[in-house]
Design a protein around this ligand. Structure first.
Ligand code: ATP
Length: 244
């Protein structure tokens, strides 16, 4: 399997705090990689370092073998790195459709320059995530679960090669979680590689080909989900704490 993303010895400090500490891993073509870890472990920071909204203090990030560490976020989006945000901020006043069309206008390859075509692409993404019936509604009037789907549709409209998902299942009930899992599996069938941060262990276990665990910014495990979830360090650092 070829690596679509290569993260090498990446560190990010915030003043005295090391949020991500010397982390290395690859995301392989067509893979779903789950990233877990306790609150504050550095998961969102890692996604921001890959998408380019944060710069690393040290280390290198490569996309399809090319260094992207110094590229700004919009250029990484053009190359094909799409992300969802944990805190959803739909463009206020815009319809659900136009929120997604914005993604289409700024996406992979420079995006779609024609607004009608961007809306056409956006409609297809809304259909894909099951939000088509809300297309003409104002995005800021959507309920929580639908906003999660909107985040996914916005990222997919950028036609990414890699999708970074930051807690797209948080706050959803079990049925909604299963629906999002199905959507993500279909995203992978499109040939898109996925890195997914999630707290819901059962969900991420059934979705991921591989699991990576962060604890205090350090990678403490990386491997097949069953092996990782029974690793003593992981149980102690993460599962044990959550069960306590
Ligand atoms: N902009 C920032 N300035 C200062 N500290 C930050 C900043 N962003 C994150 N941190 C700190 O870095 C650490 C890692 O945060 P991060 O949000 O990446 O963790 P996380 O694993 O995503 O947590 P959660 O599961 O709660 O979302 C935390 O201690 C956090 O307080």
């Amino acid at each position: 399997m070829s690596a679509v993303l290569g993260i090498t010895n990446v560190t990010r400090r915030f003043a005295g705090l090391i949020a991500v500490n010397d982390v290395s891993f690859t995301l392989n073509q067509g893979e779903i990689l789950g990233v877990i870890g306790p609150n504050g472990a550095g998961k969102t920071t890692l996604v921001s370092l890959i998408s380019g909204t944060l710069a690393p203090t040290a280390g290198d990030i490569a996309f399809e073998g090319r260094p992207i560490t110094k590229l700004p976020a919009y250029q990484r989006a053009r190359l094909g790195i799409g992300r969802t945000f944990q805190i959803m901020r739909p463009f206020p006043g815009l319809s659900v459709l136009d929120n997604v069309a914005v993604g289409a206008l700024f996406g992979h390859g420079g995006g779609e320059s024609d607004l009608d075509k961007a809306r056409e692409l956006a409609r297809a993404q809304l259909d894909f995530v099951g939000l088509a019936k809300f297309a003409d509604q104002r995005a800021d009037e959507l309920g929580g679960p639908s906003r999660k789907r909107l985040e996914l549709a916005k990222a997919l409209a950028m036609q990414p090669k890699v999708l970074l998902c930051d807690e797209v299942m948080a706050g959803l009930n079990l049925v909604e979680i299963d629906e999002v899992i199905e959507v993500l599996k279909r995203v992978r069938e499109r040939g898109i590689s996925i890195l997914v941060i999630e707290h819901v262990i059962k969900a991420i276990k059934s979705l991921s080909d591989r699991l990576l665990v962060l604890h205090h910014g350090e990678k403490i495990a990386d491997g097949d989900p069953d092996t990782v979830l029974s690793d003593a360090r992981v149980v102690e650092a993460y599962l044990g704490r959550r069960r306590a």
